[in-house]
Write a protein that binds this ligand. Structure first.
Ligand SMILES: [Zn+2]
Length: 111
């Protein structure tokens, strides 16, 4: 039985740090926009900033998802359900868990 706890903690911590940094970037973008006092609808610069902000938010959300997946996998390790498929309860293959320790489904249910 592999123990991916350390890897999962690193994944979670890195993803959370990235999300926090992106939030800071988004605030900086928002502050820059306020300073420039641009009109989103009529100023082409404004829509660029809005776009940039939504891109940052998308990356931030996927980082938060990764952190959540890693956290959930750590919880499964703690309660002994790690490595069990959530749908059919079969054992998830070691190779799959090795490649993707946050996997919730066995290869059959996932495909
Ligand atoms: Zn399954």
């Amino acid at each position: 039985m592999i123990d991916p706890s350390d890897r999962l903690r690193v994944t979670r911590d890195e993803a959370q740090a990235l999300a926090a940094r992106l939030l800071g970037d988004m605030e900086a973008v928002a502050a820059a926009r306020e300073g420039a006092n641009v009109d989103d609808e009529h100023d082409p610069e404004g829509s660029t900033i809005a776009y940039e902000r939504s891109q940052l938010d998308a990356v931030r959300r996927s980082a938060l998802d990764r952190a959540g997946d890693a956290e959930a996998a750590l919880a499964r390790l703690a309660d002994g359900t790690f490595g069990r498929c959530e749908r059919c309860s079969a054992r998830i293959g070691e190779a799959r868990l090795e490649a993707r320790p946050t996997a919730r489904l066995c290869i059959d249910c996932a495909s």
